[in-house]
Design a protein around this ligand. Structure first.
Ligand code: ATP
Ligand code: MG
Ligand code: MG
Ligand code: MG
Length: 464
């Protein structure tokens, strides 16, 4: 007899047959006549109810064998129709095998619910909870939907380097990767450690974005995307920044800023639609447990256009807003998440795409507008999140790009290969970066980015 997944059994209409299921005990309860054991194998949100008759399985024996919350067991029995509320089938047990019990006195996951803060302290066990099971399954579904969307639309998945010499954002948030010895490292002329020697004569760091390499690929394959781990030495302890996160970066030849906005909007909307269609149990649980507006908010995004306006228009709105902001807004300063959320949640009450930011607060590669003051940037802002996507049309003109690099102190010798895209067959192109965890934050309604990645890395994160 081969084992069947819990979800397959719950969906089964083929009753009164012998089945074998393997999973973990979520709860055991009952009386001296009958015991009910909820078994979950991770295959979905719902557990299957195992009915253990006291004649064969007295409560004392179950206890002695360790059939308790957290134990790993195998159950053989008859799959039968259930009288129980909220379930159509259950298993009438004939044999229960314990692989590994969990001492109920010591097991950190008790039957009572736990706070998300507490679960963060036992991050190594939290995937076993209903909440993290739901989040991780939704995360999987979203990753799959990303690949499916791009594949269906003719994009090629390109792997860009994790260890690289380039700093696409120029924001000084790189993690250095070095093979230099701690004792007697090579020194530069000023007597400092010569990090240009990091890896046998070349400076190296973990990638902060795959964009620059992605542009090289787009100039050959036309439509590409990357989807990989991204590293930023953020020392900000916000609920929206991680030091290690995943980013999705499409890059498209012959696209302009309008095309880029259309893509971002269609892409986000299809991902949310996918979640609604494929994760109903997990979403319903999160909606009921944490955020009663979650499902309505997701449906709203699917059904409504995003508001598009320029940075300059947004600054006018923010300046005349009645709300008091912690940071004042002035043309030329970057918006804080309080400003972004005001626009989305209070003013427009829908997702917003802001465009044409001042060039001084954006990266060197964005296409200069005709006024010479702004660039063809776009940020997509979402309720509860703020910035979920940052993107732009890229500067395709070699001379303008070189001028921008000089203004922003980006050394040309490090990016000679990038400049070659503008030397040979340069074409207009555009792309963006979607922070995968910010997407999962939105789709799950969770409030903290540390709760939507299995193994979070942030300043002072202790584990893993
Ligand atoms: P923010 O303003 O929130 O710091 P950013 O403008 O620095 O973000 P970009 O360089 O535009 O970020 O990166 C593209 C996307 O990657 C962002 O829109 C966001 O969704 C995501 N992202 C950026 N930094 C982080 C981070 N530290 N943790 C998780 N996601 C991030
Ligand atoms: Mg940032
Ligand atoms: Mg930003
Ligand atoms: Mg950005």
């Amino acid at each position: 007899l081969r084992k069947t997944s819990v979800q397959d059994l719950l969906r089964s209409t083929d009753l009164d047959r012998e089945v074998l299921v393997k999973g973990w005990v979520r709860t055991r309860r009952g009386n001296k006549y009958v015991q009910f054991i909820a078994v979950n194998d991770g295959s979905g949100f719902n557990s299957i109810q195992v009915v253990a008759n006291a004649e064969q399985f007295p409560e004392e024996k179950l206890k002695a064998d360790g059939v308790e919350n957290g134990a790993a067991i195998a159950v053989r029995g008859q799959l039968v129709a259930s009288q129980g509320k909220g379930q159509t089938v259950e298993i009438q047990a004939t044999e229960i095998t314990v692989y590994g019990s969990a001492d109920t006195a010591e097991y950190p996951l008790q039957k009572k619910g736990h706070t998300l803060e507490f679960l963060r302290e036992i991050a190594h066990l939290r995937p076993r909870t209903n909440t993290f099971g739901a989040v991780l399954r939704i995360r999987h579904a979203m990753a799959f939907a990303v690949h499916q969307y791009f594949n269906d639309h003719g994009y090629f998945y390109v792997h860009t380097p994790i260890i690289t010499g380039s700093d696409a954002e120029g924001a000084g948030q790189m993690f250095r990767v070095t093979t230099l010895p701690e004792q007697n490292p090579p020194l530069d002329e000023a007597g400092h450690v010569d990090y240009k020697q990091d890896f046998f004569g070349k400076a190296t760091n973990l990638t902060v974005s795959g964009q620059l390499e992605g542009e090289l690929a787009a100039m050959a394959l036309g439509k590409i995307y990357t989807f990989g781990p991204t590293f930023r030495a953020e020392n900000s302890n916000t609920a929206r920044h991680l030091a290690e996160f995943w980013m999705i970066e499409p890059e498209v030849a012959f696209n302009d800023l309008q095309d880029n906005m259309d893509l971002a909007e269609d892409f986000l909307r299809s991902l949310v639609r996918y979640a609604l269609a494929h994760c109903p149990d997990d979403l319903q649980f999160l909606n009921d447990q944490y955020d009663k507006e979650l499902l309505a908010r997701l449906q709203f995004v699917v059904d409504n256009d995003f508001k598009r306006l320029t940075y300059t228009e947004a600054v006018e709105i923010l300046k005349s807003a009645k709300q008091k902001f912690e940071f004042p807004v002035d043309w030329g300063t970057d918006l804080q998440s309080e400003h972004e959320r005001y626009l989305v949640e209070k003013h427009f009450k829908k997702p917003v795409i802001l465009t044409n930011y001042p060039k001084d607060i954006k990266a060197f590669y964005m296409k200069l507008d005709d006024d010479g003051r702004t660039v063809r940037a776009m940020d997509v802002l979402f309720p509860g999140i703020g910035e979920i996507i940052g993107g732009s049309q890229r500067e395709e003109d070699l001379q303008k790009l070189r001028t921008r690099m000089q203004e922003m102190h980006v050394p040309e010798e490090d990016l000679w290969w990038y400049l070659d895209t503008r030397r040979y067959g340069s074409a207009p192109h555009a792309g963006f970066g979607l922070g995968f965890e910010r997407l999962i934050l939105f789709v799950t309604g969770m409030g903290n980015i540390r709760d939507v990645i299995p193994f979070p890395r942030f300043p002072k994160s202790a584990e893993f």
